[in-house]
Design a protein around this ligand. Structure first.
Ligand code: UFG
Length: 341
């Protein structure tokens, strides 16, 4: 059974490829390597014993995408990760984000229609909820106006999929991720941020290893127990496993609607200071950090209501914040050792 994973050399994509291969699926990756490294392929092979098929091209190129689907008309389902994802960059370069993220999805949907491929799992984000009025946030919470072009591409993509499901054979599962962190236990794959990391955990590990001098904690005057912002951090391998379950749900026609939405989180919120404390505990490294102003555009607190995903998918995130931080730290040390030897 052949599954196309777009963005399969990226952070969440590569972990999902591993889980798919370990369950016996044949995987073909399409990635333009704009935010990932070709070395991910041999590392996936080291973990699973199988090198995934791979093609490098831009999915926003409709000619290449259409040609790809003609050559691979045995694909049974698609997990679509490939997208630009930096919130700040999307504010600077909105057209680049709309062009890449939306054209890619549209080209894939045409390719699916032309080749009679009916199943797609889409990588969405809890960013669509903005700051929800009720916590934990359920899937039927209102989608608020996006705060960035990046967030808007996720909302528009969800709408494109929902509308297409209404009038075609398409079946879609939209997975709204909370905050994925951590790395594979082998420390062979993990997150590889380009340049200075925007996200908390890569910044923590890079500070601990000495690449960054100091971590800035953005704001301690939020209305939370310790004043720092709260997120629902989820281990990337737990997230990857949910993708396999979602794709199987579609392949086995177990979906109850043509278009289903699931929150993927742990259901537990952690503050920035709690994440730092957990990291210091599991790594034994004292972090150099200071409290600074809030980061513009950040919301105060969000965590998932996971009941629907737990019940319907029979899936539950298993790893706690200490395990997430420890795996992120092992990965940072592994890439650092590789770079210095
Ligand atoms: N933070 C710091 N210092 C840093 C980096 C982050 O204090 O150097 C704080 C942030 O202010 C926030 C928390 O750590 O309170 C988490 O920040 P991240 O950047 O790791 O994650 P976000 O929740 O801001 O963003 C994530 C995804 C986005 C997505 C968003 C949806 O990275 O792609 O969730 O809410 F849009």
């Amino acid at each position: 059974m052949k599954i196309l994973v777009t963005g399969g050399t990226g952070y969440i994509g590569s972990h999902t490829v591993v889980e798919l291969q370990q369950k016996g699926y044949e995987v073909i990756i399409v990635d333009n390597l704009s935010n990932s490294n070709i070395d991910v392929l041999p590392n996936i092979e080291k973990i699973t014993g199988v090198k995934p098929l791979f093609e490098k091209f831009d999915l926003y190129d409709n000619v290449k995408t259409s040609d790809f689907f003609k050559r691979h008309n045995d694909i049974k389902a698609i997990i679509h990760f490939a997208a630009y994802k930096a919130v700040g960059e999307s504010v600077e370069k909105p057209l680049m984000y709309y062009h890449n993220n939306l054209f890619s999805l549209i080209n894939i949907l045409y390719g699916m229609k032309d080749n009679n491929i009916k199943n797609i799992v889409f990588s969405s984000s809890c960013t669509v909820y903005g700051q929800p009025e009720q916590l934990p946030v359920k899937e039927d919470a209102p989608v608020l106006k996006a705060l960035s072009p990046y967030g808007n591409t996720k909302q528009i993509s969800e709408e494109i999929l929902t509308d297409t499901c209404k009038t075609t054979d398409l079946n879609a599962i939209l997975l709204r991720y909370f905050n994925p962190i951590g790395a594979h236990e082998s420390a062979l794959i993990g997150e590889l941020p380009l340049g200075i990391p925007n996200n908390l955990v890569p910044f923590i590990t890079q500070t601990a290893i000495g690449i960054r001098e100091q971590l800035r904690v953005f704001g301690d005057d939020y209305n939370t127990p310790d004043g720092t912002a709260i997120r629902d951090y989820i281990h990337v391998v737990d997230l990857a496993k949910a993708h396999v379950i979602a794709v199987e749900r579609l392949l086995e026609n177990k979906n109850k609607l043509k278009n289903e939405i699931f929150n993927l989180g742990t259901g537990k919120g952690n503050s920035v200071l709690e994440v730092i404390k957990s990291f210091e505990k599991v790594s034994g490294v004292k972090l150099n950090y200071k409290i600074v102003e809030r980061r513009p555009g950040d919301i105060e607190q969000v965590w998932a209501d996971t009941e629907f995903a737990n019940k319907e998918l029979g899936w539950k995130a298993e790893k706690n914040i200490d395990e997430m931080n420890l795996s992120a730290w092992k990965w940072e040390k592994a890439i650092h050792n590789k770079a210095t030897t």
